[in-house]
Write a protein that binds this ligand. Sequence first.
Ligand code: GDP
Ligand code: MG
Length: 153
Amino acid sequence: MTSEQTFIAVKPDGVQRGLIGPIISRFENRGFKLVAIKLVTPSKEHLEKHYEDLNDKPFFKGLITYMGSGPVCAMVWQGRDVVKTGRAILGATNPLASAPGTIRGDFAIDVGRNVCHGSDGVESAKKEIALWFKEGEIQEYKQAQFDWIYEKP
Ligand code: GDP
Ligand code: MG
């Protein structure tokens, strides 16, 4: 399905370190389509909802502070298998375990400063997109290069 979507975010450390461009380029170069993007400093309540599955973890409080410490670049990317492939482009959660060539493997060291977020499944992607974006903020358009990226739609 070329209509699969995932939620990708450049975290506050990635924004401050000037990594929005390089991170977007990884997804653009691969052939994925950007359908929504905005800079937002998320509230504590918003982040507690986004990370609700982790609320019993010892690092939860620090994670919420980190993620709310400045603007986040929130995006929706679309394309075939983009959820799983997006995670592969990001690399392992712990940057020290991320392969070189991945975003975290190239730009990060500490797990608590791992510069980017990506949905971990199709269902969580739907939930995260609905949490971060209103319907009208998501664009529908055909990529000019579509037929050069996909053999079959
Ligand atoms: P992700 O899906 O790869 O982002 O990983 P998780 O969903 O497991 O965790 C969410 C985020 O919490 C990670 O991206 C890290 O920023 C942070 N995190 C996860 N594990 C740890 C940890 O052991 N220590 C700290 N400080 N942060 C962590
Ligand atoms: Mg996760």
